[in-house]
Structure formats: C-alpha cells, structure tokens
Design a protein around this ligand. Structure first.
Ligand SMILES: Cc1cc2nc3c(=O)[nH]c(=O)nc-3n(C[C@H](O)[C@H](O)[C@H](O)COP(=O)(O)OP(=O)(O)OC[C@H]3O[C@@H](n4cnc5c(N)ncnc54)[C@H](O)[C@@H]3O)c2cc1C
Length: 484
C-alpha cells in the first residue's frame, strides 16, 4: 500500500517500459479502535508539538543529525520528553495519544523509554507532512495488483529488458573489497567485479557484510544502533470463499497488546476479488509458537469473530484455508519489520555516516532516506539519490539537482494520471448520483465494470470503479490465492 509520488513515478516508468498498468487506487476501510482514535482527536497537542520539533530538525530535507540540538533530543527518551511537558494541554491523555499514534501508525513498541525523541519527532514530521497530490483532500491509497511482490517482478523484468543488467537472485553477498579502481563482491555464488557498489538494504543487514578496507567506526556504529522491532513480522493468511469486508484495515488497540494470543493488524489484501477474500493478520512471531495449525486457525477465526461478532457464522462457514509465514525466517537479513533508535545519542553522533559513501561503495535503502523512512518510497528516494551520486561521479550527468528535478517531473506524471482518474471518478459520481438514469450515466454504465441499475441505487460509483479492477484481476488473484 502506498500513497506517494515516488512509487507512482516508478510505476509510471514501468507502465511506459512494459505497458503494464497494474497500480490502482483503492478505498481502504480503516477501523481504528475507538479509544485510540478518540484520544488522538481530542488530545493531539503533544503530537503536534512533536511534529513541530521534527519540522525544526528536518524541514526541506535537512539531514536532521546536523541540527545543533539534535544530540540533546537524541539523548532523551520519548517518555522523558513527554513527562517534561507541562501545561494544561500536556495531560496524560495527550501523552497516551502519542504512544497510540506510534503504535497505530508506525507499529512501534509501546515502551517509549526505548525510543529517541529526535527519531520520534522525525517520524511524526515525515508521516504527517509531504501530503501528496493524489487525492483531493487526502492522498489516495494505492495498491499494486498482485501485491508488491508483483511490483518487484516487473522491476526485474524492466531491468532485464535493458540487456545491460546481470542479476543474481537468492545469492548472499558476503564480502566487499575495494581496489583503487574497482569493487569486488564475493557472494555465495560467484564473484562480481564492478566500478561501484550500492548496498541497498537496511543498515543492520549492511552491518553483517565484511568490508575491505573496513567501514569507519562511525558507519559501523550507526548500522548497529538501529533497533529492529518484530511486532508485525508474522503473517497469518486466511482465505475465505466469499468476500469479507473489502478494503478492511483494522488497527488494534494498544491497550490489548499481547504476545500470547492471536491478535494484531488485520488487512483485507485482495479486495479486487469479488468472490473471495484474503485476510492477513500481522502479529508477533511468538503468537503461534508451539501451536498446531488447527489451533492457530481456531484462534485466528476467534480473533476476527471477537471483533466482528455479527460475522461469526460467516467467518467460520466461509473459511477455506490458512497459511502462516514469518518475515524473519524468509528474510533472515531483514531482522525487523519497523525500526527505531534508542535514546543514546547514536543517531545524532553517527547519523552522518548513514548517507556517506565508503569509497566506491554507496549505501541506499529506505532507512537512509530523509523522507519515506520505513517505507517503499524511502527506498525509491534514496535509490535515486545514490544513482545521482554515482552518475555524477562517472561524469554521466552534469548536476545532481538537475537529475533529481527530472525524476520529480516523471513522478508528477504518475500523480497526474491518478488525479485524472480522480476527476473522472468525481464526474462519474456526480452524474451517477444527480442524474442516475441520464444519458451520461447510461453511457458510463455501458462500461462493463459499472454496477447494474439495482446495485447503483444508494451506492457511489467510486465503489464500482474499484470493482472494475476487481474483475480485471480476478483470474490473477485467484491464482495467487490458489498458490497460497
Ligand atoms: C510486513 C510488512 C509490510 C509492509 N507494508 C508496507 C506498505 O504497505 N507500504 C510501504 O511503503 N512499505 C511497507 N513496508 C516497508 C517496506 O517493505 C520497506 O520499507 C522497503 O521494502 C524497504 O526497501 P529497501 O530496498 O530499503 O530494503 P529491503 O526491501 O529490505 O531490501 C533489501 C534486500 O536486500 C537483501 N539482502 C540483505 N542482506 C543481503 C546480503 N548479504 N546479500 C544479498 N542480499 C541481501 C534482503 O534480503 C532484501 O531483499 C512493509 C514492510 C513489511 C515487513
């Protein structure tokens, strides 16, 4: 799921390259536990204060560790900072609202003593700024048909088509050695030589590699300072033979956090499939330890039924199958799902190494981006930055800024396409609602994806707009579901 122009820009490039238009807006149906949401609405004061702090540190893409006060806030835990806030509006509810926000929006640990205030402020500022132009009031959520795995496959296909790329997959990089004019990369398969190397992974994963000459101490320190958090690492996938709550994104209550039973974030994944649903529960790996598949199945269904008691019968009757997988097992080099920094001053002291090249070795990956930290957009932004650095170094481009500007233009083309879809959607909604059976709406209704006259009454066409994609991709999704 994404809502930013950087991924859209990449999607646009893939569309031009491969003729594949698989990125689609969808209407998430967010359900946040009422208590947490109420707190955020009624007591946003400290969250806003944190946002302002983050703005001071990283406005206009400033590298936040460079701020004169960065160290002070990086040595202060978020809980200490919250406690130091006084005044009428800095009450306990306002403090809890900050805690809830991190848990609900960023799936970060509830223990705020573990998190640096500098990092927390940056997270809040990044997430609640840079609101993109894809929606009219709020950004439009987008998905990639078949999931982000399909997105990566298209990227690989596009790269392979250039005929200039040699790719090794399922191959572990072990050692990176530099000479005066080349880089030698030893992998679990073959040895590769090149002029430059980009390590595009989390700093923690980058710290497992052996570098010759070794990384400066500061670079090693920052790689190890990042703290992985495994809350959403376990995926429980449940297939239902009928559609259940399309677009559902349920964010659980921080109050109910438990590592024992099955509970967590719920997402309906393939809402294009009108016939069936794939539901994902993200939780702690410990949630299933020592439990049989039958027990996991029962507990998962019970968890869903406890939240939606009115659907209990539906859930048990329509359940087809269950699969579980743990990111930590599948990707041992991605040790956490989200990340944070401890309040020990490491980020302010060694942050500068996050984006510094080590001779011919450059570092990318979303955690090294100033914007889009933790998200796919961060990985794309940082990838473009490093590409600009290397192209400049090779003399292929004159100016980094100019190169970035070109990319931003391309990104806007992706945004424009989504926006024009929005306008079309608004027109459809308008005419569909005001003149339900006018010639215009009849014309629109000739499109196969639009609902029948009966279906249309009382519903906005935007829903059927999504169903268009639902139908289009049905066979593909069915295959995915069968695979699972
Ligand atoms: C469950 C989950 C849900 C998410 N949902 C969203 C979402 O909805 N929207 C969003 O924008 N982001 C989401 N994210 C975050 C997003 O996936 C990451 O921010 C993004 O993938 C980071 O990209 P990256 O290129 O920096 O690193 P990665 O995607 O981690 O890629 C790094 C790659 O390097 C490989 N690697 C590491 N070490 C080695 C080595 N020694 N040799 C060879 N290969 C190595 C890893 O295996 C990995 O494939 C989610 C993440 C998770 C885990």
């Amino acid at each position: 799921m994404f809502d930013d122009e950087d991924i859209l820009g990449l999607a646009e490039e893939l569309r031009n390259e491969l003729g594949k238009d698989e990125c689609f807006p969808f209407t998430p149906s967010f359900e946040i536990n009422a208590e947490g949401l109420q707190r955020l609405i009624h007591h946003p004061y400290l969250l806003l204060k944190l946002w302002l702090l983050g703005r001071k540190f990283s406005k206009d893409g400033k590298e936040y560790w460079k701020d004169s006060e960065a160290k002070k806030y990086d040595c202060l835990s978020l809980s200490q900072w919250l406690e130091s806030q006084t005044g009428l509006l800095s009450n306990e509810e306002s403090r809890l609202a900050v805690r809830d926000w991190f848990y609900l929006m960023e799936t970060e640990p509830l223990d705020l003593r573990q998190m640096s205030t500098l990092f927390a402020a940056i997270m809040v500022y990044q997430r609640l700024s840079n609101i993109t132009q894809t929606g009219l009031l709020i950004p439009k959520c987008m998905r990639w048909e078949g999931g982000t795995g399909a997105f990566i496959e298209f990227l690989l296909e596009a790269l392979q088509r250039t005929g200039k790329v040699q790719m090794l997959i399922q191959t572990q990089v072990k050692t990176i050695t530099q000479t005066s004019d080349q880089v030698i990369v030893e992998t679990s398969g073959e040895t590769i030589t090149g002029r430059y190397e980009v390590v595009a992974t989390s700093p923690l994963a980058a710290s497992f590699l052996k570098y010759d000459p070794p990384l400066p101490e500061g670079a090693q320190r920052i790689c190890k300072a990042i703290r992985p958090w495994d809350f959403p690492a376990l995926n429980i996938l449940l297939v239902f033979k009928k559609s259940w709550r399309p677009g559902l994104i349920y964010l659980p209550s921080p109050e109910k956090e438990t590592k024992d039973g099955i509970s967590g974030i719920i997402m309906e994944l393939y809402s294009r499939n009108v016939d069936r649903s794939l539901i994902r529960i993200l939780t702690y790996p410990e949630a299933i330890n020592g439990k049989s598949k039958e027990e996991i199945q029962r507990l998962s269904l019970e968890f869903l039924a406890s939240l939606y008691p009115e659907d209990r019968e539906f859930l048990f009757e329509n359940f087809v199958s269950l699969t579980t997988f743990n990111w930590a097992d599948i990707k041992p080099f991605i040790p956490g799902v989200t990340y944070y920094y401890s309040p020990d001053g490491s980020l302010a002291t060694y942050g500068k190494y996050l984006r510094k090249n080590h001779g011919r070795v450059y570092f990318a990956g979303s955690e090294r981006s100033i914007r889009g930290l933790h998200w796919m957009s961060g990985a794309v932004i940082r990838g473009n930055e490093v590409a600009a650095d290397i192209l400049k170094e090779m003399g292929r481009i004159k100016s980094r800024t100019e190169y970035q500007r070109e990319i931003s233009k391309k990104n806007l083309a992706g945004v424009d396409r989504i926006c024009s879809k929005n306008i079309l959607q608004i027109l459809k909604n308008f005419f569909g609602k005001i003149f339900p059976w006018s010639s215009t709406s009849n014309l629109i209704r000739k499109q196969s994806y639009l609902p029948s006259r009966e279906e249309l009454s009382g519903r906005s066409i935007s829903i059927s707009y999504r169903q268009h994609y639902l139908t289009q991709s049905e066979s593909k999704i069915s295959k995915q579901v069968q695979k699972i």
